[in-house]
Design a protein around this ligand. Sequence first.
Ligand code: SRM
Ligand code: SF4
Length: 570
Amino acid sequence: MRENNPPAPGSSENETIKDASNYLRGGIAQGLRDAITGGIAPPDQQLLKFHGMYQQDDRDVRLDRQRQKLEPLYSFMVRIRLPGGVCTPQQYLDIDRLARDYGGDSLRLTTRQTFQLHTVPKPHLRETVRALHATLLDTVAACGDVNRNVMCNPNPFLSSLHGEVYTWAKRLSEHLLPRTRAYHEIWLGDELVAGGEPPDGEEPMYGKHYLPRKFKIAIAVPPSNDVDVFANDLGFIAIADVGQLVGFDVTVGGGMGMSHGEKATYPRLGDGIGLCQPEEAIAVAEAVLTTQRDFGDRKERKHARLKYTIDDRGLDWFRGEVERRLGHALAPARPFAFAGNGDRYGWVKGVGDTWHCTLFILSGRIRDQSERPLLTALRELAHVHKGDFRLTPNQNLMIANVSEGDKPHIDALLERYGLEDGHRQTGLRRNALACVAFPSCGQAMAESERYLPSLLDKLDAVLRAAGLEQDDIVMRITGCPNGCARPYLAEIGLVGKNLGKYNLYLGGGFTGERLNKLYREGLADEEIVSTLTPLIHHYARERTTGERFGDFVIRAGYVKATQQGKDFHD
Ligand code: SRM
Ligand code: SF4
């Protein structure tokens, strides 16, 4: 059972901050009122994450402002909680208005199926959260040491199974929310709990210190592994018999983050521990989450994810502890097969005679550019669309549940604004992901989203020359080794090391079931292209039928296959 005693000696600073925060209240409310600075106090910045927001500063002007002895240009990133990535057209319109009012005329679709607003100034944070609340959205636990946005396959078209899985994603998300009233008090103006001190048991599941670190859940529906289920602390793989959900294979201990040069940190794929009944999903999630709550490392945050708890204590021990909390053993896992971790683009007819169209949105970035007014286009769409929108884990957007009669109108809008269904892109571009990185991300070591388009232009030319423009190859780039675009699962992974320099990883599995391996370090733009060019031509010449690029580079001896996280650096 959790305890609310003070943090043990040697605990990380974040543990002390949580302990003193009065269940995530801290000094956030006062900090929001302080007009002298555009930021808030450092401990409150940590607490703010639990409320779904990050203090950031514009890194493009950081040095200039330092020279002028000005405070960094602080603003806030606001991440919405959106289980399964589903929102209504009205919610989209409300988010779009916030983007135009306070978010620098830009929106981002994230790699975990939600929206992020950036550059929101402190004085507008409360209005932003209230506007989201008014449209029945929130930012609770979108970041912080708690369970994050629960992902699931966004496609409503294949079967009723997908709808059922979405219901589980929502239920898991709701069940694992923190219970503190801090969010309502700070952002929505609810009265403080009498006496200021919350009643005992305010956080019956998390306790006063929440989790040692972030915690992530995804549900995959084979044959699609679009959620990259193995990158999650806890994964559920839907097992169906004749279209009926009969259970979930449970995987534990996935995660991407690592630090350059620190072998004790590594990406890791989740391991299967058995099968649960669908209606047991919440109890399993609680058992896994509370085991990590009680046994995760609270001293060293770089070692505090579930993946290290499992590697330190062993998978058998972990399964045993989860089963003890559940009160029974999990059933043996059932077989499944994944075909890929990308999105299925364009129009697809679904059950119930509705249509669904997945649009290609490079890096999930929505803004108006002279040749492509994407923000305007999607707003126009939202005005006429009667179904819903679904964000994909690959930073794309699906216009879902369009009736046969409404389809021509939607098609006309797609045509007018040149919105892409991916088919006009090369297979590399269609599958590419990039994290946000500069200028907002405080952790970025190199460009990512802003660099991807020019890199793709160069690599597309190489692919065309090799006759591979329509071959799906998964490439992902991040500005640092934290792994926000899941680069270690890509067939080609690029991870920022320094400004303009990237480590190149090769050999990830096309279905998201194998980690890649470091091939070259510290490559500049031209070196990336000149290193990949002969490999791409070699692949075009000598691949066997159906052989994927990630498999080929291993067979051809460019890299060894990574068998498990601990071997990642070998
Ligand atoms: Fe992430 C931290 C952006 C998905 C692993 N991530 C960050 C921060 C908040 C930077 C920071 O700590 O100051 C980034 C904000 C940048 C910005 O300006 O917006 C950030 N992460 C993102 C997003 C927006 C990338 C994107 O372009 O879509 C994704 C938001 C997801 C969401 O909606 O919740 C995002 N981050 C991921 C993923 C992918 C996933 O979950 O499937 C991972 C790898 C999986 C994992 O968690 O292991 C990921 N982010 C990290 C880490 C490394 C964690 C670790 O265990 O080492 C950090 C750093 C940290 O937590 O200290 C991080
Ligand atoms: Fe920032 Fe690194 Fe995540 Fe990219 S991978 S968004 S640079 S933390």
